[in-house]
Structures are given as structure tokens and as C-alpha cells.
Design a protein around this ligand. Sequence first.
Ligand code: HEM
Length: 451
Amino acid sequence: MEVSDKLVLPKAKALPLLGSIFEFAPNPIGFLGKNFSALGENFTFYIGPRKLVATSDPFVFEHVLQLNHRNYSKDFAMHQLSLALGRGLLTNEGESWWKQRRLAQPAFYKKRLDALFEVMFNISNEYIKGLKARNSKQPTFIDKEMMALTSDIAIITLLGTEKTDELIYMQQKFVDVQEHLIKRIRNPFFAPFSHLDGSHNQFNKIMETFDKIIYRIIDEKKKSVPGNDLITMLLEAKDADTGEGMSDKQLRDELITIYVAGHETSGYTLAWAFYAIGKNPEVYAKVKAEVNSVFSKGFQGMDTLKELVYTRQIIDETLRLYPTAYLLSRLIKENDRVNGVALPEGHVVLLSTLYLHRNKKYWQNPEVFNPERFGENGEKEAIKKAYYPFGGGPRMCIGNHFALMETTLVLGMMMYHFDFTLVEDQKIDFQPLVTLKPRYGIQTHLRESKN
Ligand code: HEM
């Protein structure tokens, strides 16, 4: 298909040859925001040899992720991520991806997730007991606590093992791994240089340690009694045509992907939820009233989750305003167009979830944190059209129900057991790595509630 001239998009200001590298690489969120305001919902830019289309337009999201998804593949960002994640579900493509997705899907069926709910409750309870026992007078970095708790949940429910120092090391080191890969993704000139300055070597060494940890878990799991965890399901999964199981390498790739994808996104979502609640006293009062009424009855299995209606709305609204998967990307295979927007072959389309979720055409007062949008009389049209926290189409997040169940439960329990205020005058900023990290953390004064 030819791309008509009429469809050519506005271009961001650029330096000859280098394009927008100095603006985009250090601050992609600022760069995208500035240009969406100046140029509209869609614009093009380039970074050295790479050509990109940036979008905050729901028609483009729907077209790329769903309606014409076959014309789009994962791009150089995913090739870089695959240096750490191998060919796990997130980075894999084609027939091999489809085969793996079918094998992993049953682990995320509703019935199985329901069975995990009590496990999540028990892990959170233990963690909260530990947090109370620490009774620290120092501010609590709530982002670190939430990452540690969601990591515990992932280790037990997904990897089927106990928390060890090695796994704590892996969780913490993954920030360094991401920083390295993100530099290589955003700056095409850094990739060759990183082989000279020793940073890629260092990255490879960290990955070797990760591999040893994961392969050891696989070995131990093969020798032990099957458990109610993802790794057992993957070990038992057989290809419908050949009857073959997964190789150890494939298992390693899936486990590391699901561990990373499965706790960091949830951990930071919880951290941003605390930030938003701390900034909004009416939201704080309303969620407190709900959790006091729900948890004072004791744990009621799945009914507890069903009753955490407002808590869930807070999670939904957090995923709108602070979507941890803030940017998705795809390579355009052949010239395409949608709703007056040209999508030229060879360009990468950057789907800015963060700005789509703040698009004024669809959301009322989008900068305001308002969980009522997701209530009975909420903004149903916008939710249907302009809300993609878990992506869309066939590559939509496999763990979305797991994540919503986990974050709603953890937020509810934390709000029941603790009172908190945000530390005043702290600096809050985004650190857009693979997920949306709070750059300086989020500090709270956390006190045990007198329930
Ligand atoms: C709040 C939490 C989460 C958010 C915001 C989130 C977001 C996303 C998004 C946007 C995608 C699509 C990426 C793309 O299209 O390029 C994705 C994919 C994926 N997510 Fe999540 N995720 C979350 C939690 C989880 C959890 C808990 C798990 C596992 C237990 C998980 C596992 C995965 C996997 C394996 C994929 C790749 C799926 C495929 O391509 O087949 N995620 N996630």
C-alpha cells in the first residue's frame, strides 16, 4: 500500500543526522509530552538511523495491537530485552511464541488464579507482620517494600521456591540490567561503545549469575514433588503435536520473563497508588472506610476480593495515570494507514500508554487522580477506547488478572493494617526504565493502624 502525502505526519525538531537523540534518550516522557502538545496526537521523529512514529491516538493503538496486528512485529527494544529474557513470551515471535503462549495460558485460568488468592493473602500477611515488627521511626520507602512483597509473591506462586539471598540479589540487580539495556535501546550509538567501555561485559556477568540461579531452581523442581505453581505447570506441559516438553533453555527464558514481568509492574503500581492516595485525602478516607468494613470480618476468600470495589477502582485509576508499562513499541512491516495517520514500513511505532491515558479528547480532567472514573457512573467510553494498561490484542498481558487480584488485595491489606502520610517536600519523578519506576523512591511515614 502506498502512503499518501496527505497523511504525512508532523515532525519533531531534529539535529542533522542525530535527530532527537539528545532530547529523547535522557527524558523520553518529557520529549513525548512536549511534542504531543505541540504537534498533536501523532508525530514522527528520528534517532540516527532509526525512524519512529509516536502516538497517543486510540485508533492507532487499536489498529496496531488488534485490528491489523499481523503487520507489526516486536522491534529493536525487544531484541535488546531478549539479551536478558531470551525467547520468553514477551520477546518471542511467530509460531514459537504462539506455541509457548498456548502452553503457559492454562496457568493463568481463572480457577487456578482463584486457588492462588489465599496463598497471596498468606504471603502478604507474613510480610505485613514483619513490617509491623520493624516498627521503624525512619521514613519507609514504600516502593522498595512493595517490590519486595510482590517479589515474594512471584517467587512462591510462579517459581515455586523459597526466598533466598540469591533471589533478593537478582531482584535488586535487575535495575542495573534494565539501565544498561535501556541505554542501548534509546541510543543506537551506545550499543557498539558498550562493548568497549566494559559495561556490556559486566552485564553478561550478571546474566551468568542469574542463569545459575534459575537453572538451579529448575533442577531442584524436577527432583521434587509437583507443586501448585507455574513452574510445575510448565515442566509438565507437552506440545499437542509432538508430545515434547520444554527444553531447559526455554524454561529458563519463560521463568525469568514471568518473574520479571510479574513482580516489577505490580510493585511499582502499588507504589504509585500509595503516592496518589497520600496526595488525595478524600480518596484516603474512602478507601480506609472500605477496608475497615471488609477486613474486620476476617478473610472470606474470593468474597473479600469482590468487596474491595473502591480499592480496585484505585488500582484501575493508578494504572491510568501511572501506567507501569508506559510505552509499547512495534516495527511496521509494510506501509499502513489508519484514520488519516500514515504508518510507513520500517518505522517503529511508539504507543505512549501514558499520554493516551491523559488524552483530553477522551478523558475528563485527565491530570486529576479520580477513582470514580471506574465506578458505576464513570467514564465508560474512555475506558473502552483509550485505556490500555495491559496492552491489547493477541499479545495482551498474560498476567493481567493475576496482577489485578494481587495489587487490589495487597493495597487493601496495607491500608487496613497501616495509616500513612507522605514525607513532605520529597522529590518525586519518573524514571522510565522498562517499567515506570519512581526515580527517588516514594517515602512515607507508616504507622500501625489501631483497628
Ligand atoms: C500491573 C501489572 C502489570 C502490567 C501493567 C503489565 C503490562 C503488560 C503489558 C502492557 C504487556 C504487553 C506488552 C506488549 O504488547 O509489548 C504485558 C505482557 C506480558 N506480561 Fe504483563 N503486566 C503486569 C503484570 C504481569 C504479571 C503479574 C505477569 C505474570 C505473572 C505478567 C506477564 C506478562 C507476560 C509473560 C507478557 C508477554 C505476553 C505475550 O506477549 O504473550 N505481567 N504486560
